[in-house]
Design a protein around this ligand. Structure first.
Ligand code: 0GY
Length: 289
């Protein structure tokens, strides 16, 4: 484990917000355990073990019914830990894989049977070495035949350059953490509005309104992030997803309390209708239909 890795929150609270029946934690990861599923040699960080048993105990404690497990970069393109976690959950988990251009139809079919429904294209330089866009487009062509979609992770300063590429993608595209806006700039700043406009102009682009703990400049309870997520939820209620991001890779400032993160949900999705879309209807339509 990296020397500066922050331990798990010692005593997560039981959320005050009661999640709607059938709620999905649509962004979380598993790490290892390394003895069974070694981390990738090319990884940029080495986390603690955080396996499926801990994830599913947290799911039950918080009141979620299902998970979408996103392949974490510390496992590279070795999707075994994520696939094993999906299989172990029965129908209660879906997965997002990280694959290379050599992925075969048989491998896609096998992962599909385990519950995988998409691939992640990562542009965050501190997490991965760059992949050429043509390679991603080739992967997109292969996976679209299976009805899979694409999750993209990038930082705000890269959005302008990425727009033409994002618009070429032939599937639903889910953007992680609202494209990581700089929340010191304001919701009306052209940078954030560029992201909102991208969603307005492209009906296949969705957003995870996740990770206030990563975006905040002031810390919990993340007052400075609320307006950004609330803006996206209000404008695009049928194209938003929410997740804990457990086990919170690379948090340097603090380790969030997952119960407090659940209590943040009604601040960004104040109505029961928005909550039902965000937590149940949207993820069920995208991952379980
Ligand atoms: C996240 C964010 C991060 C890490 C990863 O796959 C990953 O390693 O996604 C991050 O460090 O910002 O979505 O979990």
């Amino acid at each position: 484990m990296d020397a500066d890795w922050i331990p798990f929150h010692p005593n997560p609270k039981k959320p005050d917000f009661v999640l709607p029946k059938g709620a999905v934690d649509a962004h979380c990861h598993v790490f290892g355990p390394a003895a069974e599923f070694p981390f990738a040699p090319e990884r940029k960080y080495t986390p603690c073990d955080a396996g499926k048993d801990k994830l599913y105990a947290l799911r039950d404690f918080l009141g979620f019914e299902r998970n979408v497990i996103v392949q974490a970069t510390c496992h590279g393109r070795d999707n075994r830990a994520m696939v094993d976690a999906c299989r172990a959950a029965g129908d209660k988990a879906r997965g997002i894989a990280s694959v290379g251009p050599d992925i075969t139809e048989a491998e896609i079919r096998d992962m599909d049977a385990a519950g995988v429904r998409g691939v992640r294209f990562n542009f965050v330089k501190r997490l991965v070495d760059a992949t050429p866009k043509e390679v991603f487009l080739g992967i997109a062509d292969k996976i679209k035949e299976f009805g899979w979609h694409i999750v993209v992770y990038f930082e705000a300063q890269d959005l302008e350059e990425l727009v033409p590429f994002l618009q070429q993608l032939p599937t639903i595209v889910v953007v992680d953490h609202m494209g990581r806006p700089d929340v010191t700039k304001g919701v009306d700043h052209p940078d954030f509005q560029r992201f909102a406009d991208l969603m307005a102009d492209n009906e296949n682009i969705w957003s995870k309104v996740t990770c206030p703990e990563r975006l905040t400049a002031v810390g919990p309870p993340y007052d400075d992030v609320v307006a950004y997520a609330a803006h996206i939820v209000e404008r695009f209620p049928d194209r938003v997803l929410w997740g804990t991001d457990w086990p919170h890779p690379n948090m340097k400032s603090h380790m969030p309390d997952d119960g407090a993160l659940v209590d943040y949900i009604p601040r960004i999705a104040p109505t029961a209708e928005q909550q039902q879309s965000l937590l149940v209807d949207n993820p069920m339509r995208l991952y379980w239909a």
